[in-house]
Structures are given as C-alpha cells and as structure tokens.
Design a protein around this ligand. Sequence first.
Ligand code: ADP
Ligand code: MG
Length: 330
Amino acid sequence: MSDTIISVKNLTKQYQAEQAGGVKDISFEINRGDVVAIIGESGSGKSTLLKSIYGLLKTDEGEIFFENEKVKGPDEQLIPGHKQMKMVTQDFSLNIYAKVYDNIASQLSNTDLKTKAEKTLQIMEHLRILPLQNKKIIELSGGEQQRVAIAKAMVADTKVLLLDEPFSQVDALLKNQLRADIKRVASETGVTVILVSHDPADGLFLADQLLIIKEGKLLQTGKPSDIYQNPKHIYTAQILGNAVVLPRLDAEKLGLKTYKEFVVFYPEWAEMSNSWNSRRYEVKDVYYKGFYDELLLERNGVSVRALQLNKGVHKKNDSVQLNISRFLEF
Ligand code: ADP
Ligand code: MG
C-alpha cells in the first residue's frame, strides 16, 4: 500500500510584482520513499513550489501537509523550514574552508560522539565521498561539492530531501553518475527526494513520479512512462520528447487524418520502412545525435523529424519511405 508523506492542496503563491509569477492552484501527493521530479522551463514556478513545501514562503492559498501535519509558513514559526526536510540549493551553503567530514558532522549533536562519527561515515559511504573526508571544500570539484551538500542535508534523520537544480553544476558524465546515486541513496535509506530541473532528461530517467509545470500551473503528474506515452498537453510532449507538432492541414498532406487541431508524434514513432503503404519523403538534413541520427524529412512541403538508428544509411537528398506508426491528436 502506498503511504503518503506529503500532500499539497490547492497551493497558490503569487508574488507582488508587476509580472506576477508564482504557482496557481497546485494539488498533488507524494509517496514515502519516492523520487519525485518537478520539470518545467526557467521561471515556471519550480523553486516557488519547492520553497513552499519546505515552509519558506508565505503562501496565498492552500495547504501543505507533511505526515498529515500542516507545514507552518515563515510567519507561523521562529525558524522557517521543517526539521525533517532539508533543502539543497544551487549555492550548496557549505563552509568552504572546513573539511568535508566536519561540514557533514556539524549537523549532528555532540551528546553522543560515537553515533555522530558513525552516522557521518555512513552517509559519506552512501554518497561515495569517504575518500574525500579530509579534504577542504575549496579543493573539490562542483560535482563533489554537490555530493557533500547532499550528505550534509541527509545526515540528521532527514525524511524528505529537496534538491533545487541538482545537476546544473555538473558536467554530462558526472550527471549520469549523480542521477544514479540519488536513486540508489533514496532506495538504500528510504528518504523521499523531491528534485527540480529544467532539463527533462534528468527527471525521466530516475523519477518514480514526474510533475510537469508550466507558467505556475501543474499540467500533469504521474509515472514518467505514462506521461511520456500519454501526454495531456502538446507542451508536455514537446518538453519531454521533442515531439513533432503538425496543424491538421499539414498532417493531412502526410496522410494523417484527424478531426482535431493538431497531430503530435515523437520522432521514434516515425519508422523508416519498405512496406507498400508507407509514403516517400525527401531527406533534407541529417543531425548527428551520438548513437543515432535524426533526419529532417519533407513531403508535400511539410517537415517532420524521424530517428535513424542504423546511422549513415540515408543521406541528405535521399528519398526514404516513412511509416508513422502512432500519433496523438490535440
Ligand atoms: P523556476 O524555479 O521554475 O525558475 P521560480 O519559482 O523561481 O521559477 O519563479 C517563478 C516566477 O516567479 C518567475 O516569473 C519569477 O520571476 C517570479 N519570482 C520568483 N521569486 C520572486 C520574488 N521573490 N519576487 C517576485 N517575483 C518572483
Ligand atoms: Mg528555480
């Protein structure tokens, strides 16, 4: 049975600025132990949502519950924030001249020194930073500092870890590793992780639950694979999968019939084929994408994109047969 640790009910927070940003009427629940990813463009309200969950912002409407208890806002308690939640922001808030070990251990009380040492070493092991324990923070790379910041946030019996853009300071290779580590640490320790990112690749890979935010509104939430396969908005298909979006008339020129306004499909739903009913397209351009190519194709003046997994087979100006196996209608 799923066990709800956080519920957000009709949360609204509007800033008193000329261009009122913030979040509008957002509701969702989070299961204990899940990794939750909040995805949206810059300025869509992700940090506002995260800070509200943590109790750092005075909200306009709605409520947030942590284990069925209402999270207090900054005007309702002396020290804003929640004891069993910890937020890691982009600046890490580490003491840069102190050692890694001491930065982490500083979160624990001195009443039981043995436990303090044990817990510090244990969390360092979880985050694979034990070899760094005697280094100073200034001697570390951005990715290493990120791990220390997460360890520091987790060491004192934290139940919910809030990460604001955890991958922004990390290069592509370390990013993959850090993603996998967050997932592993969550399952090893049972901590619930809520992370925010503007890059959907960060969330799709590791999240149990995904939230898509646009202009302060929650467009859709659910399992990443469900949202990807059945997006409720065109925007979601675009941000998650770089979908091809065609107005009805263009779609009809390609033989795709709809009574709705738009036809939408992911490039991988367009397959090169030799079957009798597939249509001919001209290859306008080939984009290098690593282990596959993306082809820019055209038929009757309409452009679409498709994947070519057998790299290099079709080249610019070739004529190819394409079968669009599935499309969505909006
Ligand atoms: P994100 O984290 O998705 O980039 P934010 O939650 O930081 O977005 O901001 C959402 C919107 O609210 C933006 O338009 C931003 O300019 C505005 N905003 C954020 N914080 C404040 C603030 N303290 N005062 C006024 N406007 C703000
Ligand atoms: Mg932000």
